[in-house]
Structure formats: C-alpha cells, structure tokens
Design a protein around this ligand. Structure first.
Ligand code: SF4
Ligand code: SF4
Length: 174
C-alpha cells in the first residue's frame, strides 16, 4: 500500500541532477535489468527494476531505507542490457550514497568500514592465515595504510554519515 504522505514527487528530478542518475526518467519498466541481474537470480527480494520504480514514484523514504539496495554487486550487467540506456548500476550507486547520507548503512558495512579505518584493509587477515603463509614460504602481505584511508574518508564526510541514526532527517521523520 502506498500512502500519499510517502510520495515526494520531486525525488526523481533530484536524482536526475546527480551524476549517474541523469537517465532515470527513460526507464519504461521493461524488467530486462532484473531478468539479467545475477543477484536477482538468487534473491527473492532484490529487483533493480523495483528500486527504479520506487524512485520514479517518489517513494524516497522506502527506497533509501530498503535493505535490498545494498545487495547490488555493481557488475553493470543491467546497464549493458537496458534498452533505454539507463545507467541502472549508477542509479543504484546514487541511491546508496543518498541512503548513506541519511544514516541508512547496514551494520555489516559499518563494521567493514571500521576494519578499513583501523587496518587500512577491508578485511582483517587472521594471524593463523599469516602464519600459514609463512609456513608455505609465501611473501608477507602488503600492509594497509590506515592514515591515508582515514584522510580520504574524512574528506567525503564518511564519519559523520556513520554516526547518524538510520533515517535521521529523512522527510523530517525518524
Ligand atoms: S532495463 Fe532499463 S528500461 Fe527496463 S526496467 Fe530496467 S532500467 Fe527500466
Ligand atoms: S549492477 Fe547490480 S543491479 Fe545491475 S545486474 Fe549487477 S548486481 Fe544486478
């Protein structure tokens, strides 16, 4: 059910002004993006066509708070196949960036971001694996550069987004 207060009719025009979202209005809902999406094939809920439809309808709050938004693997197959030249993967990136600005970041990515800040790498390498490499005579892994990572993340206001509660400031509601 869609309630009138949920609809922000200007949302699609806002998206159009953001690099990557320019062609969103060309989508005619054919579903090719979903039928070719490798993630949709294994998920009951992830549908790129639906995300674009929600954005078109102005369901800003719903689309930005949707967990499925974060399932996209950014493989760009949808972009390659769209008959309307909609840059589907880029639209999803734009939606994710807006979601992050509002504090909608799944916990798993927040945890990964903390690891990145602390180690300079996206994943912690367990000591056991490092020892195993040594025992196999493999060279040491390159060290991460947390200082450089912190500097970059600070520039994009990442830490401010990370501290926001989910949904903060979104349409003035929590
Ligand atoms: S393939 Fe393109 S036109 Fe078709 S639903 Fe997806 S984005 Fe819209
Ligand atoms: S970029 Fe995302 S939405 Fe597009 S086909 Fe790949 S996983 Fe699916």
């Amino acid at each position: 059910m869609i309630r009138a207060y949920e609809i922000d009719p200007k949302f699609k025009y806002e998206l159009q002004k953001i690099p990557g979202g320019e062609k969103i209005l060309k989508c005619f809902q054919c579903g090719t993006c979903t039928s070719d999406c490798p993630v949709a094939r294994f998920s009951d809920s992830y549908r790129p066509r639906t995300l674009l439809h929600m954005a078109h309808l102005g369901l800003k709050d719903r689309v930005l708070s949707s967990d499925t938004l974060w399932l996209c693997a950014a493989c760009f197959k949808c972009t390659d196949r769209c008959p309307q030249d909609v840059e589907v993967a880029d639209v999803i990136r734009v939606l994710r960036n807006l979601a992050a600005e509002k504090g909608y970041i799944p916990q798993v990515f927040k945890d990964q971001a903390r690891t990145l800040v602390e180690t300079g790498c996206a994943f912690r390498i367990p000591d056991l694996r490092i020892k195993k490499r040594e025992s196999q005579g493999l060279p040491p892994l390159p060290k991460g550069n947390p200082k450089s990572v912190k500097r970059t993340l600070k520039d994009v206001k990442f830490f401010e987004h990370l501290q926001k509660s989910a949904g903060e400031n979104l349409n003035g509601r929590q």
